[in-house]
Ligand binder design. Structure first.
Ligand code: IVH
Length: 671
């Protein structure tokens, strides 16, 4: 018996530790929140009943989260605790009853949304934002100030009558529209889709390049205000107060925050959002209920991990049971095969679900999927619904296991799967129709050659008529050929030909992106163009040289080398060159770029008189230098502007980093 209990505790501990690692370190949660919380609760109960088996490093004893090394680690002045949570309305009622017993009299509550993103602590001194730190393990987190500064809803300077020092706690999240836009852009360039907004927000806020963060459109909602003075007597007033300082608070939203007098009021809020959450422009995973009055909060106090005066009620991920009709396979522009489950249509979280991604062969095997299986479909944090399990009781005895295809569904070529890779590929890149179309679609896309008058449907038509097979064929199209097609009137033929002509002026970095070298996205193409200046120089670079370039890793380097080893690619490049595309930086681009700052790294801090921070960053990059967001011993220079944060200044002084003014920097470039 006791052996069984011990085994159970060990199994639960291992599963939770793995889930914590996946979630916090890899930003890729494989266990649903609900499963995690249920397992944690079970473990807690077992540890309470059998304290002899409780481990001091048990997942129940910590707030969770490991710290990755990339950013400065900063200790929180006030620990960032988590919230006790429940999925049961009965438990919520019990919590309310306990509160009213502990603290006599009527308790006022504040109900809020539980935003599904990442927690952040943002500090202001004299009205200026000077530090933003992630939750990390609750005691210390990572300083991601540069990234947080890019979030438009976070004020850099406060307005109104704000206190001298304060810390704001809130949640950074991905608005659904921005998330969908990002995925559409990634699809266009043949990159993998991000799975859900929360993990993507968490990955984004820890990116090294804050300009990428800025482009993604994160948002931040405040849920806590920490000020030294006893400025407010309750939580609600503090939120309203922070709103007057220019913070984005839930107060202006429709029922985003509400004061309630009793459990009926709380339940009304819970029920309203359980239904309405699907109409929000961002994701929430529950609601948070807080005792409003600070004095009562103090009376109720804390447990080791969470305040007793707050609780979160979490919504269950919506799930449905439906039948698998068949598994079909999609072929991407890179030849990657994605299996898709086609389902008997079922209503889930307000939309009809007909398909779910199965990701790869391992996923199908893990689910043990058979023909005609009844499957559980969930739409939690994920935008694309996923299959979480199979209802074995409904399986027919003679049902056959789904066998992964061996040949490409489009061109029947034998598929390949590299050692250690999850994805199958169709290697027939020159003859497989979706690969041909996909590559040309990518070539003409807005961020690549941006060819006016030419869209994906026209590409389909031209490919199916056998008029183009490669991007370079576009430049051989003639007026007579095009006008002979049903769809084309004189005007549209002229537009298309003019668009193709204009694309010959598209700068080298975009051409480099357009040719579709695997793993060479927009940013990498820019870096490579700046570094090598021409396609010939890039072609001549060996592996060691490539990985020596800032931010180019093994995988990208291998892919570039592989690209230039392929005869078809070389022929295509020759034809594109002959068509007149730009395969080197222009005179003007060359004039504005030098290697003067090669090997030097810069931190920019404060406000400047003659240049914006973005202009300074561009000047650094154009001259071979590197922008970094936080100061370390390795920082070559700190370009110091007005109103620089005191902690940064102290750090620069301590590490003896050279500080220069804006003018000194400009002189450095001229000298
Ligand atoms: S209050 C001491 N309010 O949920 C209490 N948290 O498990 C601090 N969250 O890490 C939290 N919405 O990131 C609070 N309205 C809200 C919230 C919220 C989302 C997150 C927060 C925290 C986690 C707690």
């Amino acid at each position: 018996m006791s052996q069984d209990i011990l085994q159970k505790i060990q199994n639960l501990t291992a599963a939770l530790q793995q889930a914590n690692y996946d979630y916090y370190v890899l930003s890729d949660s494989k266990m649903s929140d609900y499963d995690f919380d249920m397992k944690l609760k079970e473990l807690q109960q077992l540890e309470e009943s059998y304290p002899q088996y409780a481990d001091e490093n048990s997942p129940t004893k910590r707030v969770g989260g490991d710290i990755t090394k990339k950013f400065n680690t900063v200790k929180h002045d006030i620990p960032m605790l988590s919230l006790a949570n429940t999925y049961s309305k009965e438990e919520l009622e019990e919590w309310e009853v306990r509160n009213s017993k502990l603290s006599e009299g009527n308790i006022e509550y504040v109900c809020e949304l539980k935003y599904d993103g990442v927690a952040i602590g943002i500090k202001y001194k004299n009205g200026n934002l000077y530090q933003a730190v992630t939750r990390g393990d609750g005691t210390q987190g990572e300083e991601v100030t540069a990234n947080v500064r890019t979030i438009k809803t976070v004020p850099l300077k406060l307005q109104g009558d704000y206190p001298n020092e304060l810390e704001i706690r809130g949640e950074i999240f991905f608005p659904l529209e921005a998330f969908d836009k990002l995925n559409r852009e990634r699809e266009e360039i043949g990159e993998d889709q991000f799975k859900n907004p929360r993990n993507t927000a968490s990955g984004t806020i820890k990116m090294q390049d804050s300009s990428v963060v800025a482009s993604r459109g994160l948002d931040c909602m405040l849920y806590g205000v920490y000020v030294n003075e006893k400025l407010f007597s309750n939580h609600y007033d503090s939120v309203v107060g922070a709103g007057t300082w220019g913070m984005k608070t839930p107060v202006s939203g429709k029922r985003f925050i509400e004061k309630c007098k009793d459990i009926e009021g709380i339940m009304d809020f819970v029920n309203y959002w359980d239904e309405e959450r699907k109409n929000l422009p961002f994701e929430i995973d529950g609601v948070v209920i807080k005792v409003n009055d600070y004095n009562v909060q103090e009376e109720l106090g804390f447990t080791a991990k969470s305040p007793r005066w707050a609780i979160s009620y979490k919504f269950k991920a919506e799930a449905a049971l439906t039948q698998l009709i068949e598994v079909t396979y999609q072929v991407g522009r890179t030849g990657a095969i994605t299996p898709v489950a086609n389902l008997d249509p079922v209503l889930l979280a307000g939309t009809t679900v007909k398909r779910a991604s199965l990701h790869n062969a391992d996923q199908i095997e893990k689910l043990g999927l058979h023909d005609g299986d009844w499957v559980h479909v969930e739409k939690g944090g994920e935008i694309i619904p996923k299959i979480t399990g199979v209802d074995l009781s409904k399986r027919k005895n003679d049902a056959r296991e789904i066998e992964y295809i061996q040949h490409c569904p489009e061109c029947q070529t034998l598929l390949t799967r590299e050692e250690g890779e999850a994805q199958h590929y169709c290697p027939n890149d020159v003859g497989c129709p979706p690969q041909i179309k996909g590559r040309i679609d990518h070539f003409i896309s807005r961020k690549a050659m941006d060819i006016d008058g030419l869209g994906s449907e026209t590409v389909d038509l031209l490919v199916s008529k056998g008029m183009i097979r490669r991007s370079s064929d576009l430049y051989d199209l003639t007026y007579d050929q095009l006008i002979a097609l049903d769809r084309f009137a004189e005007k549209s033929v002229e537009n298309l030909l003019a668009g193709l002509e204009a694309s010959k002026q598209v700068p080298f970095e975009k051409v480099l992106f357009a040719i579709g070298i695997r793993f060479v996205g927009e940013t990498v193409a820019k870096k490579l163009a700046k570094h090598y200046k021409s396609i010939d120089a890039l072609q001549n670079a060996n592996f060691e040289e490539l990985v020596g370039v800032d931010e180019i890793g093994d995988r990208i380097a291998e892919s570039i080398i592989g690209y230039f080893e392929n005869e078809d690619n070389l022929n295509e490049l020759i034809r594109l060159k002959e068509a007149g595309l730009k395969f080197e930086l222009s005179e003007e681009q060359l004039l504005n770029t030098t290697d003067k700052l090669q090997g030097l790294s810069f931190v920019i801090s404060g406000v400047f008189e003659n240049h914006s921070r973005d202009e300074l960053k561009k000047m650094i990059e154009d001259n071979g230098g590197k922008n970094v967001s936080s100061i370390s011993k390795k920082t070559s220079y700190l370009i110091r502007g007005e109103n620089m944060g005191p902690s940064k200044l102290a750090k620069a002084e301590k590490l003896e980093v050279k500080m220069i003014s804006e003018n000194e920097f400009v002189e450095m470039l001229q000298g």
